[in-house]
Design a protein around this ligand. Structure first.
Ligand code: HAM
Length: 428
């Protein structure tokens, strides 16, 4: 990109990292407001964790063989040689905070959410960034299917309220450490003689993470797994009952879902329920939210043996859908005070301050420009009304209030101008 004078800009944002500009920030604020409102009705409280953590937290938590850990993390050594990483997701950090602060001691069930930036060194494309933002929710201390249903319902009902166009909820069960190994072996056996049709990545995954092959987006791999064995036949009795009960809760509330036995997700910590919410409107990056149960992670990271389930929503993707489905109006100033001359300039500074204390958006001219220039500025800002006060008006005690939409003007007494304006501005 070039500057107006044709010179190359010396500094530009890094590839995959983007600015959120003032015009967009209202949508971000609205989304955060909706999240806070919705999540509080489910009893979730906000937690804020650092963006930087020890690398090992993620490599152990998410899994060494996952794409995130093996190739997407922003990791570096600090001056003491300790490995640090910009968080690629929030779950491991929230689990660390849960353990470190013994949050389970206060309440056996903890419901936490976090909104903030995450970092993954992926190839940037539509809907995929290197710095992106997640709304992340985690529920600790319950292993039953009712918390699965509740967390799924919370994600679905937030997204439905926004609204974002048609979304599809996919659910699956990945079983547990008891029943999944047999399925993994069966899948490996099925895939072993088909390696020449698998992509390079999936050929490697056959030994390290065969379940991920089910989820590969490459056409040839998709074809290979069409007839692959699916996990539901391998689920043990407990996993089966858990999954059926979850479906009963979802059916009972009327939450539509698709049973997708190929939904495996890209992080190693999941067991039993996994889910993803997908859109057809964003091309290849179709997942707007993903999550699942991760009953072993708290223990794996050094905490008590507490079950957990959670999800994360990709905010950039949600915002792209919000923009497609609705027009967002930026707020405009309630009043511009066009002051002409020294006395009016000083008085208008006080009036503006008082009106702002009452919650109105008031703008002033920072210089001492003429009326024409100030009216032009008020027009550019799209101020609803303009109060015009010059030295003459200060002397006569009467100002002029111009309504910029209807284009009429009235005379106002300057004596109690703040309360008079409050009354007028309140009524729009
Ligand atoms: P994830 O599926 O890796 O799960 O990410 C969740 C969501 O973050 C995705 O569905 C997508 O909307 C968004 N997302 C991921 N990567 C990018 C990217 N590069 N650019 C834009 N958006 C992206 C997790 O992160 C898990 N921690 C979710 C979870 C919470 N599971 C249990 N608790």
């Amino acid at each position: 990109m070039k500057k107006g004078d044709g010179k190359r800009l010396e500094f530009q944002s890094i590839k995959g990292f983007k600015d959120i500009l003032p015009g967009e920030s209202i949508i971000w604020q609205e989304l955060a407001t909706e999240v806070r409102k919705k999540f509080s009705t489910f009893g979730f409280k906000e937690i804020k964790t650092p963006i930087l953590e020890r690398t090992e937290l993620f490599s152990r938590g998410i899994g060494q063989e996952t794409d995130i850990v093996s190739k997407e993390m922003y990791s570096f050594k600090d001056s003491k040689g300790r490995g640090l990483t910009l968080r690629p997701e929030a779950t491991a950090s929230v689990v660390r905070a849960y353990i470190q602060n013994r949050l389970y001691q206060a309440f056996p069930v903890q419901k936490l959410y976090n909104i903030g930036p995450m970092f993954r060194h992926e190839r940037p494309q539509k809907g995929r960034f290197r710095q992106f933002h997640q709304i992340d929710a985690e529920l600790f201390g319950d292993s039953g299917p009712k918390s699965d249903a509740e967390i799924i319902l919370m994600a679905v009902s937030l997204l439905e309220d926004l609204p974002l166009g048609e979304l599809a909820l996919h659910v699956n069960s990945l079983g547990c450490p008891e029943c999944r190994p047999a399925y993994k072996e069966m899948l490996k056996d099925y895939l072993r003689d088909k390696t020449d049709t698998l992509c390079v990545e999936c050929t490697k995954r056959l030994d390290t993470n065969p379940l991920r092959i089910l989820d590969c987006k490459i056409e040839t791999c998709k074809e290979v797994v069409t007839d692959a064995p699916i996990i539901d036949r391998f689920l043990c009795r407990e996993c089966n009952e858990h999954f059926h009960r979850l479906q009963e809760y979802l059916n009972g509330y009327g939450v539509p879902y698709i049973l997708n036995p190929k939904l495996v997700r890209g992080l190693d910590y999941y067991n039993r329920t996994t889910f993803e919410i997908q859109t057809g409107l964003l091309g290849a990056q179709n997942a707007v939210a993903g999550g699942g149960r991760y009953d072993g992670l708290v223990k794996l990271l050094g905490g008590p043996d507490h079950a957990a389930i959670g999800f994360a929503i990709g905010m950039e993707r949600i915002i792209a859908l919000m923009e497609m489905n609705r027009k967002f109006e930026e707020k405009k100033p309630d009043l511009f005070i066009a002051a002409l001359g020294d006395a009016a300039d000083r008085a208008s500074f006080v009036w503006a301050g008082k009106l702002r204390e009452s919650g109105f958006w008031v703008e002033l001219d920072y210089g001492l420009h003429g009326l024409k220039s100030q009216m032009k500025k008020a027009g550019r800002l799209q101020a609803g009304k303009v109060l015009i006060v010059g030295d003459e008006e200060m002397e006569s005690g009467k100002g002029i209030l111009r309504d910029m939409a209807v284009k009429n003007q009235i005379e106002l007494d300057l004596e109690n101008i703040v309360s008079v304006l409050e009354g007028i501005l309140k009524n729009g």
